[in-house]
Design a protein around this ligand. Structure first.
Ligand code: 6AU
Length: 263
């Protein structure tokens, strides 16, 4: 019987990028492919929830620009939680401008994203200059190899135009920039190369939609059927009465689907 996908340790030994190697190591050790999207406007609440769900996740995804009580001190606390619970930080900034602008958006301003976020993502609308700009910002901070980029190849929202040729152009750009691009935000597997990881948002235990165009698939559909690697879950965990127990449920669903996927 031919295996559909490689195991995490197999992918870890076959991939080149340091951030991906770390990520596969965490996924194997903690038995999780769950990325929690902590979409709250309160840093205090974010820290509180992350303390609870930390044991069940491999990545914490943030939207730092929706937070009203941002402080460098809170970033310090977030980094401490990431070390304590062993997960990576992913600022979902969705960069989308020319290289020269994104370079500053990544490293300067209030948030100084490059100083704390292991992973970032970007749209490919501007062309490969956006990748060069982001990569050079990390390089100038002495963080080459410690920072990685995901390209948004497909989206979860209704009527989005990241399809067909656009998605293909994205895969090409990723393949040409393997020293910095480590994968995709997508809705299904785009590459069998272990140098690229697939992260899929729009995940809930029950399929459905929200009132603003979001579309949800189940962990099993995303991992087993669509051969993605990471489930990104926001409101499914955030809005639950017991985020820790709910995160554990998503962790189990995602991991069971992985075991099925690679068996
Ligand atoms: O589980 P939700 O619907 O509460 O949250 C989904 C999260 C949000 C979105 O900004 C993000 O995933 N997202 C992305 C990302 C991660 O880039 C792309 C996309 O196509 N759809 C999507 O929902 O924080």
């Amino acid at each position: 019987k031919v295996k559909k996908v490689l195991t995490y340790p197999e992918r870890q030994s076959q991939c080149k990028h340091e951030v991906l190697k770390r990520l596969y190591g965490i996924m194997e050790e903690k038995k999780t492919n769950l990325c929690f999207s902590g979409d709250t406007t309160s840093f205090a609440e974010l820290l509180e929830v992350v303390e609870k769900v930390g044991p069940y996740i491999c990545i914490l995804k943030t939207h730092i620009d929706i937070i009203t009580d941002f402080t460098a001190e809170n970033i310090h606390k977030l980094k401490n939680l990431a070390s304590k619970h062993n997960f990576l930080l992913f600022e979902d900034r969705k960069f989308a401008d020319i290289g020269n602008t994104v370079k500053k958006q990544y490293s300067e301003g209030i948030y100084k994203i490059s100083e704390w976020s292991d992973i970032i993502n970007a749209h490919i609308i501007p062309g490969p200059g956006i990748i060069e700009g982001l990569k050079s910002a990390a390089g100038e901070k002495g963080l080459t190899g410690k920072r990685a980029l995901l390209l948004i190849a497909e989206m979860s929202s209704k009527g989005n135009v990241a399809t067909g040729e656009y998605t293909k152009a994205c895969v090409k750009m990723a393949e040409e920039n393997q020293d910095f691009v480590v994968g995709y935000i997508c809705q299904s597997q785009l590459s069998k190369d272990p140098n690229f990881i697939h992260m899929t948002p729009g995940v809930k235990l029950v399929e459905g939609t929200d009132s603003l165009g979001q579309q949800y698939l189940t962990p099993k559909e995303v991992i087993t059927k669509r051969n993605s690697d990471i489930i990104i879950v926001g409101r499914g965990i955030m809005n639950s009465d017991d985020p820790a127990t709910t995160a554990a449920t998503y962790q189990q669903a995602g991991y069971d689907a992985y075991l099925e996927q690679c068996s």
